[in-house]
Every structure is written in structure tokens, then in C-alpha cells.
Design a protein around this ligand. Sequence first.
Ligand SMILES: Cc1cc2nc3c(=O)[nH]c(=O)nc-3n(C[C@H](O)[C@H](O)[C@H](O)COP(=O)(O)OP(=O)(O)OC[C@H]3O[C@@H](n4cnc5c(N)ncnc54)[C@H](O)[C@@H]3O)c2cc1C
Length: 355
Amino acid sequence: MSRLDVEVVVVGAGVMGLATARSLARGGRSVALVEQFELGHTHGSSHGGSRIFRLSYPDAAWVLLAQEALSIWRELEAEAGEPLIERYGSLDLGDWRPNREALSASGISFELLKGRELARRFPLDVDGGETGLHQADGGIIRADAALAALEASAVAAGAQLLEGTRIAAIEPNREGVTMSGDGISIRADVVVVTAGAWARGLLAPLGVALEVEPTRETVSYFELATDEPVPSLIDFAEGAGPGQLGYALMAPGVGLKAGIHHTGALADPDEPGVVDAEIAGWTAEWVNKRFRGAAPKGELETCLYTNTADESFVLERHGRVVVGSACSGHGFKFAPVVGERLAALASETGRARQA
Ligand SMILES: Cc1cc2nc3c(=O)[nH]c(=O)nc-3n(C[C@H](O)[C@H](O)[C@H](O)COP(=O)(O)OP(=O)(O)OC[C@H]3O[C@@H](n4cnc5c(N)ncnc54)[C@H](O)[C@@H]3O)c2cc1C
């Protein structure tokens, strides 16, 4: 059995773990990032080509967090030498009034566009009586490129990456935390658990009850009728599937990615991901109503949400254990700022009592 001794171990190398390891390593901490699969795998929450980026949120606190994240994404772009955020705009249909208030309070510009104007600018079917909120700084994050950029930056700053290593148990004690798995024993001062849908099971034996429910969501891909990019759309107006909101965004090199928010069944993350044909059907129906001439590509994939009841994130410290559970279907855009918050929690001194 090999042994490793570092200041901080981060368990789980999805986008949150990568961002946390990057922040810690850049802050001069010795850090190991441990991942049960290979980076970029498709069993968790962070895979795929794109995620919505938007400043438009119904609460000014989220707007501020998205602004903070954007500036770190821009720094990372400069470091990686390639674009990570594509500025296609974001569009909210339905009750966008809280978003309008939050954006106004944050001094961020936006446009309210009538249905006709929206249909003229974009290949969208929007009723003449509808109005949408368009915000130009929204768009997409190139998710796979973002993961690669975070990894490169973390490794360049000194983080050690251990792939194919599943941490079986975490044991905090007075001197530190020990972990073992797949032929390695690791000792650290602090552990950060960014294990996505697996976090609840990993934390329960430590007496840390994470109030989250993993669900397996199904997303579908479509061919757009034109080469013109569309803004990332969140549709509160046209009830999709069982009355949930439909969302759609550009998928670079593929076309359009779409789904119906929070419709997947409760899931065991260790079970293989199986797409839900009923959700795919609702998605195709909604896309057919909203995107003129879009055609299904027959490409479907699954992705895990880890949901808190109010879609907030859990970022907290219990003795030597820091918990970072930031999914709930909208976490990717915030990863760099979540990484900084978790790194700061891990670096707090005087909090190393046993969890
Ligand atoms: C369908 C879908 C659409 C989404 N759309 C958007 C969007 O448009 N915009 C947006 O901002 N966000 C979006 N999100 C949310 C975003 O993708 C997630 O918030 C984010 O990817 C969560 O990352 P994570 O690192 O917490 O989890 P994960 O990516 O799942 O990473 C956790 C990692 O921990 C590893 N792990 C678990 N247990 C262990 C262990 N014991 N030992 C070692 N490794 C372990 C896992 O293998 C995994 O790699 C969406 C999510 C889904 C599912």
C-alpha cells in the first residue's frame, strides 16, 4: 500500500473538486485531488460540452455570485489561452420580473423584448403577447474545456491528481484525517468532500447529514434550423412535461442541448445511467414548440442532479471535514467561486476538532 501525506485532500474531481484543488494549490497548500473514475467521465454531474452561464437570477445574491464567478472564468480563460464562456446571451420567458428586479439592483443591463422582436432576432416561436428578458452577458460555459483548464491550472500550481482511486472511508482524528482506497493510504490535515451525488453516503458515517437527493436527469440534443447561435433559454412560460421549466443552450459542434428541469427519478449514483424516454419525449415536445425547425438528433444522455430543497449550496466545515455540495442543476457556472469558498474553509485555522 502506498502512502501520501498532504495538507488537504479533495475527494471528487468534478468541476467543484477541480476548482477547489486549483484554489488551494494556488494558495500554496499541498493538495491531492482524488477521483474514483478518470477525469471527464460521464457518471456524475460535470461531463458534456456545455452548461448555461447567466447573470440573470431572481435574487441579487445569485447575480453577485455569478459576476464573481465570471471574473474568475475570465482569468482562467487568459491562463488557458482559449475561450471558456461563449457570450450568446440569456433569455428568460415567463415570470422574469424577479430577475428584472435583481439585475436592476445589481446595475446590470438587460432588454425586455416583445415576442415579435424575439422571433425576428432568433429562430424562436414566441407568442406576440409574450415578453422575454434578454441579458447579453449570458450564454454557455464550454464545460469540457473548463474542466481541462481547471485541471491544467491546478496541476501547474502543484496539485497532485489521483484518478481511478475511490476513497472508501474518511476517518478524522485529533492529529488529522486518514483515508484509504484502492491501494493507497492518505493522511491530511483537512479533507474537502466534493463528491457530488456520492457525498451523502461518504459523509453519513461521520455524522454529517447532507440534506440532498440525487436524481438522474435526461438531456437531449437537437439540430438547429440555422447556424445562428441562440441565447440560453429558460422558459417559465410554456409548462413542459409535468409543468416544469424547459431549458435549452448551444452545444458546440452538436447543435442545441435541451432538458426539462428536475424531472428525473431519485437515483443511486453507483447504478448505471439509463435515459428516461418519457423525459426525452417531453423535451422534444417543448423544443418543437419553441425552436422553429429544430430536429431531434436522437442523442440523449444522463446527468446527476444533487438537489437541496431550495437549490442552495451546502458549503460548510465540520471539524477537519469541509463539505462542498453545489449542484442542484445550476452549479457549474459558480464552480470557480465555490472553489475559492471551499479553499478558504479548508484553510481556516483553529477548526480542527474531530467531526
Ligand atoms: C442535466 C444537467 C444540466 C445542468 N445544467 C447546468 C447549467 O446549465 N448551468 C450550470 O451552471 N449548471 C448546470 N448543471 C449543474 C452542474 O453541472 C453541477 O452543479 C456540477 O457539475 C456539480 O459538480 P460536482 O463537482 O459537485 O459533482 P460531480 O461532477 O458529480 O463530481 C463529483 C466527483 O466525485 C467523485 N467521487 C465520488 N465519490 C468518490 C469517492 N468516494 N472517491 C473518489 N471520488 C469520488 C465522482 O466520481 C465525481 O467525479 C447541470 C447539471 C445537470 C445534471
